[in-house]
Structures are given as C-alpha cells and as structure tokens.
Design a protein around this ligand. Structure first.
Ligand code: FAD
Length: 458
C-alpha cells in the first residue's frame, strides 16, 4: 500500500478545485482500471490521476505539482515497459486528448497527445494514408514517437519521428509552446528521440504518406540457426518497401500452428510490404524459399487492417534491448541455443531490420542516433508466475549480454527499469550532452523525471 504525504493530499485537493479536469483518487470508481499499465509486473497507486482535456489544464497541473514538489508522471497509451505512465504521485493521463484530424489534401495528420497508434492509423487509412507507429494498436503515439518509433513502415518512411512536423508542448514552467524546425529548434530536435523529458506533448502534427495497399500478415517458418541467419540477411537486402518484426521462439500451442510443431522453435514474422501486390509477392519470395512455411497469412490488403487486433496473452515479461549491426552464424546459433534451452519460461528474440529511410537521416539530425545500425533487437523471457521475475531477469540479462557482446546500446522505447547507465547508453556520442543541455534550458529542475531520465546539465 502506497502512503502519501500531506503535501500530496493538499495538491490533490487543489487539483480537484482548480485543475478544471476530472481527478481520480483511490476512493473513486474507475481508479483501479486507470492505474493499470501494459507492464504486468507494475502495481503502483498514485495519489491522483488527472484526465485533462486541453493544454491549459495540463499547464495548471504541471504548475501545481511543480510548486508543491510532487512527483508527476505522464501517461499516453500506458505501454512503457518500465510502467512510467503511473510512476508518480500525480499522473497526467492524456487519454482524453484523443482527437485525430486527417487533412488528406495536405497530407497532414494532427493528433492529441493521448491518441493510440490504432486510432490514428484507422483514421488515416480511410484516405489511403498512413504515418508509421510500430506494430501494435494500443501503443500511444506519445511514447512511441518521443522515443523514435520503429514499425511496419520504417524502412520505407523512416521512424515515426521522421514524419513529425510539429508539436504543441506544455513545458515545466507551464508555458504552452508551438515547436517545429523554425520555433524552438533545439526542443524539436530533443523531442525526436529524447522521450518525455522535455514537457507534455498535447498535440502532434505528422506528415502522412500515401499507402493505398500493402502485402502483409504473419509468416511462420521452422527455426534453425541457418534459417534465422538467412531470414535476417534477406530482411536487410529486401527492398525498403518491406519492413517487418521477426520473433524467434518455441511455437505456442495456438490454433494457427500445426500441432506437430507446438513447442518447437519457429520464426514468426509480421511482414508488411508497402506497395502493390505483384511487387510485394516478388519481395516476399526469398523468405518463403528459406523453408516450407508452417503458416503463411501474408496477403494483399490495407495497412490499417494489420493493426486491427492486438490481443496479447496475459504473461509477464522481462526484456533487454540492443542494436546489432549483423545477425550472422554465431548470433543465430546463440539465439537458437537460448530459445531451446529455456524450459521453465519462454525465451523470445525479436528483431526488426533497419536501413532504408532510417539510415538516410543524419545521426545528429534528431536525438535518435542509431541510424546506421542493422537491427533493433529485443531478448525477452515470458513467464506466468510473478515470483519468477528475478530468475528470468538474471537469465535474460546473461542471454542478452551474449548476443550483444555486452556492449550494444539499447533502443530507449524498449528499455525497462534498468538504471541510468542504460539510459545514457541509448544516447551515444554527443547526443547525451546535447539532450542534457536542452533539458537544462526547458526543465532545469527535472520536473519531468518519471521517465528514462536525462538529467539537466549543471
Ligand atoms: C505491446 C507493446 C508493443 C510495442 N511495439 C512497439 C513497436 O512496434 N515499435 C516501437 O518503437 N515501440 C514499441 N513498443 C514500445 C513503446 O513505443 C514504448 O513503450 C512507448 O513508451 C509507449 O508509449 P505509450 O504512450 O503507450 O506509453 P506510456 O507508458 O503512456 O508513456 C511512456 C512515457 O512516454 C512519455 N509520454 C507518453 N506520451 C507523452 C506525451 N504526449 N507527452 C509527453 N510525454 C509522453 C512519458 O514520459 C511516459 O511516461 C511497444 C511496447 C509494448 C508494450
């Protein structure tokens, strides 16, 4: 049970009186649902969850909590792997900032800070348009964009931040700023990769891309080290219209997997070719030749439909993230060894090939500096009983160290609660110092610290 100080109680009273927005406390119906996040091991009880509908209300909440020295968390879609969306005494829950406006003529999409990837994608899809945001409908465009945004259109369109044109931001001092390349360019640079460190983004403006049709869906092959290496190599050589998310794991006992393969290692890939059917079939042919597919649901359709459902099994997970340049024979062997050897829990390796439009943006143009990397990789262990967390964490940590040689930097959006060194490692070279300097300018007192924190420079 979390206890709160009298300062917190006073702020909650002030929020109720003056924020102009609904405030949920532990005594209110709906509070327990509102504090749930995608990270199943996180069980936090903020003193208040505020649901503002506009930037002015958010400015008031930021000012009140800052003046009282109360920890403030910002929640978009609630999918932070570290549960950051509820890691404050007061939470600004942006779910009511849920408006999407698609200007099809100008190819510009405008969305509130609490919009999910699924609802933006559905609205844009009605016009044959898209902005890429990962592969999961329920992820918030807020968190994914501020950390970079790797998804099913990445090699064609770049990261989500590469389509970001402007943002409305409530800063730590309660100002509401319009931010783009011309206005507050330092802040605009930092928002594109630096996470929620610099303020609350109440509105995002994105470039939309014409994506009238795709060839996409799930493809499963038997996993061997040779197949994993070949899949990864083909993925990097494929035309940049083809992006994908590839998982290597033991086949779950799901209806789509033939029963004789349950429990055997498979490659399970979520494919998306952003272009016409015939070209897509050509691009996919090399993958289908690696081995006879166990399942092949890749077919012509609409990009928005790939986002239709994201029901996930209710399991716990601990993860480690890394960028790798290559997935060669040795790495593929290690992947297979890890997946095979895990018996009390499931071992999963996920990789997403980069290149294409991601690599054409200079490394210092945004705060995402991993432009020349080959793959964003995540190692995970999945388990049913929460008590297994320490064991699974130790295992995944050793497994990931083997895959990465111990030194590969992480993708900030795939970071759990792994300490300040790992956060710094996500921002190599000059990026870290530049971010700290921007932080000093816009949030010198580190009001926005319930995140993968970038401390202000002295
Ligand atoms: C099931 C699942 C699938 C995923 N798939 C992908 C994927 O395909 N590609 C990918 O790149 N990542 C993916 N991610 C990672 C995801 O991008 C990050 O976890 C991201 O932080 C989630 O954003 P959110 O708004 O949903 O989360 P929240 O937990 O609500 O927010 C996380 C943090 O982001 C900041 N934040 C969020 N919104 C705002 C805002 N409007 N203004 C200021 N700060 C804000 C805050 O600091 C907040 O604490 C996935 C995660 C999960 C759990």
């Amino acid at each position: 049970m979390t206890t709160h100080t009298s300062a917190t109680t006073t702020v909650v009273d002030r929020l109720r009186a003056d924020a102009g927005a609904p405030v949920l406390t532990p005594a209110d119906p709906g509070y327990d649902a509102a504090r749930m996040v995608a990270a199943t091991l996180v069980d936090r009880r903020p003193a208040a969850i505020v649901r503002p509908t506009g930037a002015d209300q958010i400015a008031r909440v930021v000012t009140m909590t800052r003046e009282a020295g109360i920890d403030l968390a910002v929640r978009g879609g609630g999918h932070s792997l570290a549960g950051h969306g509820v890691s404050g005494d007061v939470v600004v829950d942006l779910s009511a900032l849920d408006t999407v406006h698609i200007d099809a003529d100008r190819r510009i999409g405008t969305a509130g800070g609490g919009v999910t990837a699924g609802s933006y994608t559905a609205a844009a899809g009605q016009h044959g348009l898209a902005t890429g945001f990962g592969d999961t409908a329920s992820v918030g465009i807020g968190g994914i964009t501020l950390g970079g945004g790797i998804g099913l259109l990445t090699r064609k369109q770049g990261l989500s931040i590469d389509s970001l044109l402007a943002a409305e931001v409530v800063t730590a001092d309660g100002q509401i700023l319009e931010v783009d390349e011309a206005n507050h360019p330092d802040l605009f640079w930092a928002l594109r990769g630096g996470g929620g460190n610099f303020g609350v983004v109440t509105r995002f403006t994105f470039r939309l891309h014409h994506v009238p049709e795709v060839v996409g869906g799930f493809l499963a092959l038997p996993a061997t080290a040779g197949n994993v290496r070949a899949f990864a190599a083909e993925a990097r050589m494929a035309p940049e219209e083809l992006s994908m998310m590839v998982v290597v794991m033991k086949a779950p006992p799901m209806p789509f997997v033939p029963p004789e393969h349950h429990g055997t290692p498979i490659i399970f890939a979520f494919m998306c070719y952003a272009g016409p059917g015939a070209d897509g079939e050509r691009a996919l042919a090399p993958f289908r030749k690696i081995a006879t597919p166990l399942m092949d649901q890749v077919q012509p359709g609409y990009y928005a439909d790939l986002f239709a459902g994201d029901e996930r099994p209710a399991v716990h997970s601990v993860t480690r993230s890394m960028f790798l340049d290559d997935i060669g024979d040795d790495t593929a062997e290690l992947v297979m060894e890890g997946v095979r050897s895990a018996t009390d829990f499931s071992a999963v390796v996920q990789f997403r090939p980069l290149g294409g439009a991601v690599a054409r943006v200079p490394a210092d143009a945004t705060a995402f500096a991993h432009r020349d990397r080959g793959y964003a990789v995540m190692a995970a262990s999945l388990f049913q009983q929460a008590e297994m967390e320490p064991e699974c964490d130790t295992w995944v940590s050793g497994f990931a160290a083997g895959l990465s040689g111990g030194s590969a930097p992480p993708y900030v959006n795939f970071l759990g609660d792994e300490g300040p060194d790992r956060v710094q490692a996500a921002y190599p070279g000059r990026t870290w110092d530049r971010l700290r300097e921007v932080k000093r300018r816009y949030d010198p007192d580190n009001v926005f610290h319930a995140n993968h924190n970038i401390p202000p420079s002295p």
